[in-house]
Design a protein around this ligand. Structure first.
Ligand code: BTN
Length: 247
């Protein structure tokens, strides 16, 4: 069950790193590691994840996904979708997913997701790291996207454990669907929770920046982009920015 057992730490370098070390002890699937404070919170693309102490959700969930690895690209999308459902339920906030792993409210970043995975075929593991800004109202430092929190969006403090419980429930529901049916249903729901499909995007990858239009998700959860030269390609990594259309 997602969220059981639950290990809560006051301070840790990174809950993802802690969860990874825990793999040696053969933890149950669904084991949840949370922390009040991370001293080296990890983001995608070797970035840092900053969070005020005790104000936000800093969580890592250990999974042993039973499906072929081709489907695993759906896991970060599943996690983001679960966050949108949890925050709608708890705080009545309409959040959107942005490929591959952000949850935004009107362009402001509410949550980041970092899925790390490894292991061999029958002992493969995934650690789903989720940072949700819940009660933080002051954000210092530099952010690629303007940060926000549930408290800022809803105008009131939220109960961290209620948000965490809702999040675990939503992940549980979607993970059961994913385990049974693979990516299809999760990706369809993700597209409805996103404002990206059909929009013009810029993709910043290792080879520079390229413009096109996000047209769909592939079955393996890649973002299919039609570049400005008319060719179509699945995108697997990089930063995607949705661009405003000129009227
Ligand atoms: C991103 O937006 O780049 C992903 C951020 C993921 C942050 C979470 S916080 C809990 C877990 N532990 C980490 O070190 N990172 C993830």
């Amino acid at each position: 069950m997602i969220g059981t057992p639950h290990i809560h730490l006051e301070t840790v370098d990174s809950t993802n790193r802690y969860a990874r070390d825990l793999l040696r002890e053969e933890p149950e699937e669904g084991t949840l590691v949370t922390a009040a404070k991370q001293t080296a919170g990890r983001g995608r693309l070797d970035r840092r994840w900053l969070s005020g102490t005790g104000e936000n959700i800093l969580a890592s969930i250990i999974l042993r996904p039973p499906r072929a690895m081709e489907d695993w690209g759906g896991l970060p999308l599943l996690a983001g979708l679960a966050v949108t459902r949890a925050v709608r339920r708890i705080a009545n906030i309409e959040a959107h997913v942005k490929w591959p792993n952000d949850v935004l409210v009107e362009g402001r970043k509410l949550c980041g997701i970092l899925v790390e995975s490894g292991g061999s075929a029958n002992r493969a593991w995934a650690i789903v790291g989720i940072g949700v800004n819940v009660n933080q109202s002051v954000f210092e430092g530099e952010y690629r996207l303007p940060p926000t929190s549930l408290a800022l969006e809803s105008g009131r403090q939220q109960d961290l454990s209620s948000v965490l419980a809702a999040l675990c429930e939503e992940i549980e529901t979607l993970y059961l669907v994913w385990k049974r049916d693979g990516n299809t249903a999760v990706l369809t729901a993700w597209k409805s929770a996103s404002r990206m499909i059909g929009r013009r995007v810029t993709v910043e990858g290792p080879e520079g920046s390229r413009a096109g239009r996000a047209i769909d998700l592939a079955e393996d959860a890649a973002l299919i982009v039609e570049w400005d030269d008319g060719t179509r390609e699945p995108v697997y990594a990089g930063d995607v920015t949705v661009r405003e259309e000129l009227a």
